[in-house]
Design a protein around this ligand. Structure first.
Ligand SMILES: [Zn+2]
Length: 300
């Protein structure tokens, strides 16, 4: 059939006659190859309708559907990183920051905001992987710490959405200090009796897993997310053995007791509302009352 076979060889179309296909009109699932329109894909929160593969999305996308009518107030939107170590790899760190800011329109790898979600106040911190691999430098740590402070002062539940390659190499020790800082702030939040839900998305690794991402009152994850400290390749090379099937997937980590549950992104908002609704009496109680309930009365 001539329609399906190229009968003439060597057909060359001059560049000025080539037709442009508009970018981003269609989406092909990387797992099952199902093709849908981009609009439909977005409507399903970038989850494949056929195989439930969860595409990576940005902080802005989470804010858009988690906050009622997409309305929220951003916190510390203009915090940017310094260069305390005068770090140079293939590029000087400040130049890398400027270039990344230009390419992504983001100031750093996390955005924090508060607003209403299903009618209940909520503080959300969500990481952006496209900003230097969602790496945790001093700005990420500081913004998360301040968001936790806001949550504590306003007795508002805190949701952390992690998506990170770990600590930021260019800030070395300063990055590692963020683990201690965010953990200490979360301890204060816990002491105040304000709930913290940690959502681990693909991927959550390194210093982020080793600090705030695993410290939730509820640690939950998106299906199929890679969750671990060191990457599978590093572990495999170190122990010199093959790793079990599904190693470091959210499902594997759940089975081994590190997670409370896995949640489909399309159900996230409702599941969160149910969970926080259940915890509402705890949030409403003043810290003193809870203390009294916890401490057994001593007989004299
Ligand atoms: Zn699919």
């Amino acid at each position: 059939m001539a329609w399906f076979k190229r009968v003439e060889k060597g057909i060359v179309t001059p560049t000025d006659q080539k037709k442009e296909t508009p970018d981003g009109l269609w989406h092909k699932c990387p797992e099952c190859k199902t093709v849908v329109t981009m609009a439909e894909h977005k409507r399903h929160r970038c989850v494949c309708g056929s195989c439930t593969h969860h595409d990576r999305i940005d902080a802005a996308d989470y804010f858009e559907f988690l906050f009622d009518d997409g309305q929220f107030t951003e916190l510390d939107a203009n915090l940017t990183s310094g260069d305390p170590l005068r770090f140079v790899d293939t590029k000087e760190y400040p130049k890398r920051l400027v270039a990344t800011e230009h390419n992504t329109g983001l100031k750093d790898a996390v955005r924090t905001a508060h607003g209403l979600s299903t009618g209940q106040p909520l503080v959300v911190a969500a990481m952006d992987f496209k900003f230097i691999g969602g790496s945790m430098g001093s700005v990420v740590g500081e913004k998360i710490a301040r968001a936790i402070d806001y949550a504590r002062q306003n007795r508002t539940p805190f949701l952390m959405i992690s998506r990170s390659g770990g600590a930021r190499m260019m800030e070395a020790g300063y990055s590692l200090m963020q683990m201690a800082k965010t953990s200490a702030k979360l301890a204060l939040l816990s002491e105040a009796g304000v709930p913290y839900v940690s959502l681990l998305t693909d991927p959550t690794t390194g210093g982020v897993t080793a600090s705030f991402a695993m410290l939730g009152d509820f640690n939950i994850a998106e299906p199929g997310a890679l969750i671990g400290f060191a990457g599978p390749r590093v572990i495999k090379e170190t122990i010199g053995k093959d790793l079990p099937k599904g190693f470091q997937s959210a499902e594997f980590v759940l089975e081994h007791g590190f997670l409370d549950f896995i949640v489909d992104r399309r159900e996230l908002k409702q599941r969160l509302a149910d969970l926080l609704g259940m915890l509402q009496p705890v949030v409403a109680a003043a810290p003193g009352q809870r203390e009294a309930r916890r401490t057994p009365i001593k007989a004299h």
